[in-house]
Write a protein that binds this ligand. Structure first.
Ligand SMILES: [Zn+2]
Length: 244
């Protein structure tokens, strides 16, 4: 029966449009998640590098402080030695050593001060990096959540649609099944209504005589312009128990 074939084709087309929509919804998300993961990794590497530099600055300060301490001990030892000298030559020799120690102390002190300033700057930068990193991670988990919930609800919906689709296709004549597949290579909406005398797929005018024939449901008509299967506005609605 032509009417029933046409009704099945129309429901099939609506199901296929929904399947296509679902595919598109999911389409961009996996890509976005991947991109966001990349951003997180890059920022994490920047943060780690900054932390390593902070540690190096701290080590420089700790090592410098140790060196200063041992220089102080040395200065104390030299001063007490200076009290026990027997002649000017010995006194001058120790004075020279003391001067060298003090010069070293100054050099180390200034490198400690420099390392401290570096540490402060890096710490401030580290705070900014951490904030940025956390924001990126938050967005990533949002996207992952979206993807997961979408895939879950999607796969249920998809399974449902596909099982309905299979049932409909089984009941179609093989001639129209092939014809339908051929049209869907070009148009997702392979079966469309004729509204106000026009094909709602390509909006071209359908000859009035064709519409008159269509209403008799004696054969299935296709749009002369776009090749989509056409059905008249007056086609009785039948969904074959499928909620679409
Ligand atoms: Zn058309």
């Amino acid at each position: 029966m032509v009417l029933e074939q046409l009704q099945r084709l129309s429901v099939l087309s609506k199901i296929d449009e929904q399947i296509e929509e679902l595919r598109e919804e999911l389409g961009e998300l996996p890509f976005e998640v991947e991109e966001q993961e990349k951003r997180v990794r890059t920022k994490q590497a920047e943060f780690d590098e900054n932390e390593a530099q902070i540690k190096a600055a701290k080590d420089t300060q700790a090592k410098g402080n140790q060196e200063i301490q041992s220089l102080k001990d040395e200065v104390e030892r030299l001063r007490s030695q200076q009290g026990d000298v027997r002649n000017n030559r010995e006194y001058d020799a120790i004075s020279n050593e003391l001067a060298t120690c003090e010069k070293k102390q100054d050099e180390i002190s200034s490198s400690i001060a420099q390392a401290r300033m570096t540490e402060e700057n890096l710490s401030k930068r580290g705070e900014d990096l951490e904030t940025a990193l956390n924001e990126l991670k938050e967005r990533l988990s949002e996207l992952e959540g979206e993807l997961n919930s979408l895939s879950d609800s999607q796969s249920t919906e998809m399974t449902d649609l596909i099982s309905h689709r299979n049932k409909l296709v089984d009941e179609l004549s093989s001639e129209w099944r092939l014809q339908y597949d051929r049209i869907t290579e070009y148009h997702v909406d392979a079966v469309v209504e004729v509204r106000r005398g026009s094909c709602t797929g390509c909006f071209s005018v359908v000859p009035p005589q064709a519409i008159v024939e269509m209403r008799k449901f004696q054969k299935i008509h296709e749009c002369e312009q776009c090749g989509r299967i056409l059905y008249p506005e007056e086609m009785p609605e039948e969904t074959f128990g499928i909620d679409i």
